[in-house]
Design a protein around this ligand. Structure first.
Ligand code: PMP
Length: 404
């Protein structure tokens, strides 16, 4: 099905070939996305002919770099329907959640308060809250899943209380591809006076985002899953909320005035960007957003959710395969093969130039819930197509023969 405006997108990605120049069936985009040449070029130029520091230089190269860095922030804001002063550059989603947990959490949580997470969260949306819970005396509650692996919002409605100060949920699960009913989650959280943080790591590369429409309070995602470089991510928060949050890292660039008696801090977003920032990464993220936006986010969603549905249909035909997660997936399919450890499957598939992920996917509580130590996971990107599915299914059938 032609869901993308340009069917030849694969040629933009040098990483999609093997060393021998053969097609690499890369099905691990949920871990990290391959980069289009436009992003590689943007990064090379930023590190090369354009390179200088930002914010401090009086010479023109530095002034240019500062414009580039701030243009990247405006591009992110535009991409997610936000104001530029609400966009904080961080190293990735993990750092974004840690920032909220420490800055907002330490200032707002106390003994008796509750933090609501869900059974399918990534470790990066669990452990920061545990650390802060330990320091503040707040306690963590876990929202259960429906039978098909969605965060159960009926259950959330029943268990939320006025003691819950924050609800932190994956917008799309990195293991199951489940899509959260985000607007309802926001309504439920706000009805008890709690804030809602959404982990948008798997959403930002696959769905059109509009912060106003979503009505959450915090949103985080990583650049490297959005076809940009590693080392850059975004924390978005409402202006008033960010403005009321204390800094968490101290250093250069986040201050107004420094004296040994006391320092005062810059307004957000600078307050949360101590030190020389990820200049080249931000500029390359800008190029990545230009790239995906030109293909249209709605087409990307249709493309990858369509591939996930097709893969599920094909895997259902194979007796030894057990499928996890909902029928409607954003582009991520987890499964297990009877009598074959996912790692063995991954190794055999690798011989056929098919790359999947095997393991707990940084979601051990979800593995416990599914009753397996690990799953095999195929995840699609904008460059995936039906030939990747065919190669995966061939590899699974060969594995079945080997283990028979
Ligand atoms: N949350 C989800 C849902 C993820 O998929 C990931 C990455 N696997 C993360 C958080 C963490 O992102 P990062 O490692 O880029 O900080």
């Amino acid at each position: 099905a032609a869901t993308l405006s340009r069917p030849d997108v694969r040629t933009d990605f040098p990483g999609l070939l093997t060393e021998d120049g053969e097609r690499w069936h890369y099905l691990d985009t949920a871990a990290t996305a391959q980069k289009p040449q436009a992003v590689i070029d943007a990064m090379a130029n930023a590190l090369g002919k354009d390179y200088a520091t930002v914010h401090r230089g009086v010479y023109s190269r530095s002034a240019q770099m500062t414009l580039g860095y701030e243009a990247a922030r405006r591009r992110v804001a535009d991409f997610i329907g936000a104001k530029e002063q609400e966009v904080v550059f961080v190293r990735g989603a993990t750092e974004g959640i840690n920032l909220v947990a420490y800055s907002w959490g330490m200032a707002n949580l106390r003994e008796g308060d509750r933090i609501m997470l869900s059974q399918l969260e990534h470790h990066s949306n669990i452990v920061p809250w545990q650390i802060v819970a330990e320091k503040t005396g707040a306690k963590i509650d876990v929202c259960p899943l429906t039978d098909d692996g969605l965060i159960d919002l009926d259950a959330l409605e029943d268990v939320l209380t006025e003691r819950h100060k924050i609800v932190a949920l994956a917008h799309v699960s990195n293991v199951l591809g489940s899509i959260l009913g985000a607007k309802r989650a926001a309504k439920l959280a706000h009805s008890v006076g709690a804030k809602l943080l959404l982990d948008g790591c798997q959403t930002a590369p696959r769905m059109r985002l509009d912060m106003n429409e979503l009505d959450c309070d915090f949103y985080v995602f990583s650049g490297h899953k959005l076809y940009g470089p590693t080392g850059i991510g975004v924390l978005w928060a409402r202006e008033e909320l960010l403005g009321a949050m204390p800094p968490w890292h101290g250093g250069g660039a986040m201050i107004e005035k420094v004296e040994f008696e006391r320092s005062t801090y810059a307004p957000p977003p600078q307050r949360f960007e101590a030190g020389t920032p990820m200049i080249t990464e931000a500029i390359a993220l800008h190029a990545a957003i230009d790239y995906v936006d030109a293909l249209d986010m709605e087409s990307l969603f249709a493309h990858e959710s369509g591939l996930a549905a097709k893969l599920r249909d094909e895997l259902r035909e194979i007796n030894s395969v057990r499928l996890f997660g909902p029928e409607k997936s954003a582009g991520i399919v987890s499964f297990a093969m009877e009598g074959v450890h996912p790692h063995d499957l991954g190794t055999i598939l690798d011989e056929e130039n098919v790359a999947i992920r095997a393991g707990h996917h940084c979601a051990q509580p979800l593995m416990q819930h599914l009753g397996v130590p690990a799953t095999a996971r195929a995840s699609f990107g904008l460059y995936s197509d039906e030939s990747d599915i065919a190669a995966l299914v061939r590899g699974i059938e060969r594995t079945q023969k080997i283990f028979a």
